[in-house]
Design a protein around this ligand. Structure first.
Ligand SMILES: NC(=O)c1ccc[n+]([C@@H]2O[C@H](COP(=O)([O-])OP(=O)(O)OC[C@H]3O[C@@H](n4cnc5c(N)ncnc54)[C@H](OP(=O)(O)O)[C@@H]3O)[C@@H](O)[C@H]2O)c1
Length: 334
């Protein structure tokens, strides 16, 4: 059998055909050999279905499609730690309205097969299911007639806020492997941060595949489910907190005579550059100290920030938002 790196559907026609073809290829002329190798590669590559494809589904599919166009490598992809993954080669998107169907068809121009009100059919044809509906639709979608059978042996990745692994597990057959992902809004411009939570049964190939998928739209980090509310507060709500900080920086600039447009650009690029330095390994305290000359304007401004209790205010913001995420999660599981 060909090596299938995610949840394999071993009785699938494609895998059986690939096995037969692979067995006879060594006895064939060279051009036919390469043609057949190509066929095997396509047969082994998984199909990805965005089950519910709105803002986030579009962002994730677009990121993956763009990255597939970027690469010259035909037979694999790597996670940031160098683990090879079997990239999806075929894409489906499920929606329920004519308006969304039209929007997806215009956007993806044939690269994604768009299916309206054909969830079960689409899941049957797929290996990886990216669940991207609103959380309140989840149970209805996963418990629809025929869906349980369609999900057998598949990898389900849910991006739904607040829907827990145990809820998802209760709506899926045992052979479905489930991953919970929490992406954030900057994923739309491939600068997102996604937190991933896996069931214990997930294989290392599946972990790598999921990590690769979300690395196409920013960074991805595995955490335990107990940390998901804190992660939701920090990177799910974080863009709102960061935007308020940048808006406040710009307000100060406007107060001191800058135009709004200039002040916003200066604020955003300054935050982006500083964030890059921290992601590259520099400690925030060292960046701060390096800019603070004795008796200078930076230390003067820093003292004003400390007078306003910026550190405890921001830290408590994350604490508050985490507690709210936990409370909302308990409400939605009732
Ligand atoms: N937006 C964010 O920044 C963000 C961040 C983290 C996590 N999330 C999570 O991501 C999920 C999606 O958010 P979103 O902003 O992308 O929502 P959205 O734009 O409203 O997209 C929802 C999609 O689900 C489809 N859908 C709804 N019911 C369906 C059904 N029964 N069968 C098939 N498709 C169905 C909708 O199709 P129609 O348009 O045809 O109804 C639409 O394409 C949410 O659960 C949210 O918690 C979002």
């Amino acid at each position: 059998m060909p090596a299938v790196q995610h949840s394999p559907r071993r009785n699938d026609f494609r895998y059986r055909t690939a096995y037969v073809v692979q067995s006879i290829t060594p006895f064939l002329p060279v051009p036919i050999f390469f043609l057949i190798r190509f066929f095997i590669m396509v047969a082994e590559a998984p199909t990805l279905c965005a089950l519910g494809c709105g803002t986030m589904g579009i962002a994730i599919l677009s990121g993956i499609l763009d990255s597939l166009k970027d690469t010259t490598s035909a037979d694999g992809a790597s996670t940031p730690d160098g683990h090879k993954v079997n990239k999806p080669a075929r894409f489906l998107a499920c929606i329920r309205s004519d308006k969304s169907l039209q929007k997806l068809e215009d956007l993806f121009e044939g690269e994604v097969a768009c299916m309206k009100n054909k969830n079960v059919e689409a899941v049957k044809q797929s290996d990886i299911i990216l669940l991207g509906s609103k959380p309140q639709m989840c149970k209805e979608i996963l418990t629809a007639s025929g869906m349980r059978e369609a999900l057998e042996g598949k990898l389900l990745i849910s991006i739904l806020a607040g829907t827990t692994l145990s809820q998802l597990r209760s709506w899926c057959p045992e052979s479905t492997h489930v991953v919970r992902a929490m992406p954030n809004t900057p994923c739309k411009i491939r600068q997102g941060m996604t937190v991933l939570v896996c069931e214990e049964e997930i294989t290392s190939d599946e972990r790598s595949l999921v990590q690769w998928m979300f690395s196409q739209i920013g960074r991805a980090m595995f955490l335990e489910e107990k940390n998901i509310d804190a992660a939701t507060a920090l990177c799910g709500s974080g863009p709102a907190f960061a935007a308020v900080f940048m808006e406040a920086l710009a307000d100060g600039g406007v107060m001191m005579g800058l135009t709004r447009a200039a002040a916003l650009e200066l604020a955003a690029q300054t935050c982006q550059g500083t964030a890059r330095m921290i992601l590259d390994g520099q400690h925030p305290a060292l960046i701060k100290d390096a800019v603070s000359t004795p008796g200078g304007c930076t230390i003067s401004g820093l003292l004003a920030l400390e007078d306003g209790k910026i550190r405890s205010t921001v830290a408590r913001t994350i604490q508050d938002a985490t507690e709210r995420a936990t409370a909302l999660g308990k409400l939605s599981s009732k």
